[in-house]
Design a protein around this ligand. Structure first.
Ligand SMILES: Nc1ncnc2c1ncn2[C@@H]1O[C@H](COP(=O)(O)OP(=O)(O)OP(=O)(O)O)[C@@H](O)[C@H]1O
Length: 280
């Protein structure tokens, strides 16, 4: 995969081209720990932007700020130019920022289609009474939501499992259902928190293909947090490297891989542990 094939891969390209997401000089502190220390980055429409760093570097904290779970001490977070700080998580999701989690967070006893329908929550406007009575508008809405879910089922090739309880599915398929639930929200930005953690090689390859399809076919911007360096370097247009909450470098995969500070702080450490260029 050639990261420069995508115009968004050029970090100098189009600085004025209305980023979909802007994270500006954000600092987040817990008692005694500065989890995010003056971090800035932007994500362009349709870009695949990765955030890497050792354990505890602040990656998940950035996701929690982006999705409104944590409120930073200072800085600004904008989505399509609109300030997100102070906006509640469900509202941020409704605006178009969907998220998957490090650990699969699905309803194990519900089947695939039912879990995906939960992702349609923000698109449901009719009240429970109308839905119960199966009245005209409620019926139309339900049918539209079901059609949208079936599109996701097809897109992620989930048809063989569509009526199976999620708790019975192989791990790799459950992670795919979680991606599906986020896609069912029809987001403009997708936050993927370690989408291939715990997967075998085949599951990782499948997930990588679906992540690329999401960007290329659906045009959704993706922020990817992942420890699998091979995957990050293959998929990302640009990469932000963090260490102890501080940004070390932002650039194309090729640029960050040859940055001596990055190698010292992270990639070198991973090489020492694994004897390869990859990290687990
Ligand atoms: N709710 C919290 N209360 C206190 N400290 C926290 C909280 N959340 C995160 N931290 C601290 O903030 C720092 C950054 O944590 P964070 O989980 O964002 O790192 P990470 O890069 O996602 O790590 P990992 O790769 O292990 O998931 C760590 O020192 C962590 O202990």
């Amino acid at each position: 995969m050639n990261p420069t094939a995508n115009p968004a891969a050029d970090p100098t390209a189009n600085p004025a081209a209305n980023p979909v997401l802007e994270f500006e000089d954000v600092t987040l502190a817990f008692a005694g720990v500065t989890a995010i220390d003056g971090v800035s980055f932007h994500v362009d429409p349709g870009e695949l932007f990765a955030i890497i760093g050792p354990n505890g570097a602040g990656k998940t904290s950035i996701f929690n700020v982006l999705s409104g779970v944590y409120r930073p001490r200072s800085g600004s977070v904008r989505f399509e130019g609109r300030e997100l700080l102070g906006v509640r998580p469900h509202r941020i999701a409704a605006l178009g920022i969907a998220r998957t989690f490090q650990n699969v967070e699905l309803f194990a006893h519900l089947n695939v289609v039912e879990n995906l329908m939960l992702g349609r929550h923000h698109h449901m406007r009719c009240g429970a009474l109308a839905a119960f009575a199966w009245l005209g508008p409620a019926r139309r809405e339900e049918l539209a939501n079901r059609a949208a879910v079936e599109e996701v089922v097809d897109f992620l090739e989930l048809a063989p499992w569509r009526r199976m309880p999620v708790g019975l599915l192989p791990y790799g398929v459950r992670k795919r259902v979680e991606l599906g639930r986020a896609l069912a929200m029809e987001p403009k930005v997708l936050l993927l928190d370690e989408p291939v953690a715990g997967m075998n090689a085949e599951e990782t390859e499948d997930m990588a293909r679906f992540v690329l399809d999401v960007r290329e076919e659906l045009g959704i911007a993706i922020v990817l947090v992942e420890h699998d360096m091979g995957l990050v370097m293959d998929l990302a247009d640009r990469v932000l490297v963090l260490d102890f909450g501080r940004p070390i470098r932002t650039g194309t995969p090729a640029e960050v891989q040859r940055d001596p500070d990055v190698v010292r702080a992270y990639l070198g450490e991973a090489r020492d542990h694994q004897g390869t260029g990859g990290a687990a």
